[in-house]
Design a binder for this molecule. Structure first.
Ligand code: SAJ
Length: 441
């Protein structure tokens, strides 16, 4: 019977590689072939997901419902307790049902410490510091926390959006420091998530994915794993390319939104409606202008382009300019509110929406929240804050939309939540309107 090594040699023409190098390649291939069949999502597979936020928790519960034995790890004991009770700490359609069913089936449990597993997924935050430099301390801490329990043959995947080189220089390095040989003892890869908040559970399965290994063997093993539960196509590259793909995607969107935001300010100065301009321009077969807003928020688009700028400050001119345009938009909105407020004797401002975009409860990097905070700080008027996706806010008393509309003389639309789309135009009669989302225009 052919051994694994025989099979590898039989399948490939003999190379002119030095004997040592060739042996190591054969060893890697052999390791790969031993692992291939094991990385299918199913009852045999033990998965440890580090970081139970917007990406980690949906991923952990999805794999739990596919039959994997999943341990979710988080530094917050409150989050761990909530999940172990089958409940969730974030809002996302259907996530509550999925977590509940995975926990009740005994397929998902949360813990504050990592356990031994076949697959590790690191999904921790990678914010930017005040100086716009990436803060990778949580990736470092996550890699360091799993290193002592990672056994031979495991697959370790970084999913957090990261600067190019992070998978090699942080994750692989931590595992190597624990004595593991990358590509032989342990397989290491980068696989960015691409899900859109509000559609996470659908997009986790349906979207195409890119997987980049530290070495070809790791790419192959990681491909195998994702192909076992993703319906979209999974493309294999090296880890640095995969890291850049993720940054390129979000920077592309940021640049395009910046174009819409800049256009909105240019149109306002020219006295034309940007919404009408965009609607008509988009009838051109090759034009697809995005929507202006009060600025760009969320933990991705408003952050990730800085990773490119930080790595190439001289080269990334357009990407930096887009960030600056989008960051400046909230100040422009505030100025417009002040101009309106100056026109009424006692400004009462209905502020519609606080979250970073429509139909989510997420306040991270929210331009709407920044605008309302600044209006409050500058005492521009009485603020009636409406946010249907939050029960309360520590700084602002939230009021129902009907009450805000009946009392306000200025209406400031900041988020295009579904309930706001149902507001009848008569409710805005004789009020000054600043509609940053084009809801009523
Ligand atoms: N926005 C506009 N105008 C638009 C579109 C968006 O002002 O036409 C604003 C939104 O209001 C929001 C911000 O941009 O403040 C970002 O929202 P988004 O819906 O564009 O994106 P995110 O941050 O929810 O998710 C993005 C997605 N990336 C891309 O579309 C390239 C998602 O696929 C990624 O998985 C996610 O970032 C991430 O985690 O990186």
């Amino acid at each position: 019977m052919a051994t694994v090594t025989d099979t590898v040699n039989a399948a490939e023409p003999r190379s002119a590689l030095p004997a040592e190098l060739e042996k190591s390649q054969v060893r890697k291939r052999a390791a790969l072939m031993r692992r291939r069949a094991s990385f299918r999502a199913g009852p045999e597979l033990r998965v440890c997901v580090v970081g139970l936020g917007y990406i980690g928790l949906p991923t952990a519960s999805l794999l739990g419902t596919k039959g994997c034995q999943v341990t979710g790890v988080d530094v917050s004991s409150e989050v761990v307790a909530t999940i172990n009770e089958g409940r969730i700490h974030i809002e996302e359609p259907d996530l509550d049902l999925m977590v509940k069913s995975a926990v009740q089936a005994g397929k998902l449990r949360a813990s504050t410490t990592p356990v031994e597993a076949d697959v590790y997924i690191l999904a921790v935050p990678t914010p930017i510091a005040a100086d716009k430099q990436p803060d990778l301390s949580m990736v470092q801490a996550a890699a360091r926390s799993i290193a002592p329990v990672v056994g031979k043959g495991a697959l370790v995947i970084l999913e957090s959006t990261s600067p190019v080189g992070t998978t090699e220089t942080i994750v692989a390095r931590e595992l190597a420091a624990a004595g593991l040989v990358i590509g032989e003892d342990v397989f290491v890869a980068y696989c960015p998530e691409r899900v859109l908040p509000g559609r996470i559970l659908t997009e986790l399965v349906e979207n195409d994915r890119v997987v980049g290994g530290v070495g070809d063997t790791s790419t192959e093993v990681a491909l195998e794993f994702y192909q076992s539960f993703v319906r979209g196509e999974v493309v294999g590259v090296d880890s640095r390319t995969a890291e850049m793909v993720k940054l390129a995607e979000n920077s592309f969107r940021d640049v395009n939104i910046a174009y819409a935001n800049e256009l909105s300010m240019v149109c306002a100065r020219a006295g034309v409606s940007v919404w009408e301009v965009i609607r008509i321009a988009n009838r051109h077969p090759r034009v697809k202008i995005l929507q202006p807003g009060p600025g760009v928020g969320g933990h991705c688009i408003a952050v990730d382009p800085w990773f490119i700028v930080a790595s190439d400050p001289q080269g990334a001119k357009l990407i930096r300019a887009a960030r600056e345009v989008n960051d400046a938009k909230p100040h422009w909105v505030i100025e417009r509110v002040k101009q309106c407020a100056a026109k009424v004797r006692e400004p009462v401002i209905a502020c519609l929406g606080l979250t970073f975009k429509a139909d989510v409860d997420d306040l991270r990097e929210s331009p709407a929240l920044d605008i309302v905070k600044e209006l409050a700080r500058e005492r521009v008027g009485e603020l009636l804050v409406v946010e249907p996706h939050l029960l309360f806010h520590p700084e602002f008393e939230l009021v129902p939309v009907e009450e805000a509309l009946s009392r306000a003389n200025i209406v400031l639309v900041l988020v295009d939540h579904k309930p706001f789309k149902r507001i009848r135009r008569e409710a805005l009669h004789e009020k000054l309107l600043i509609d940053t989302r084009g809801l009523f225009l």
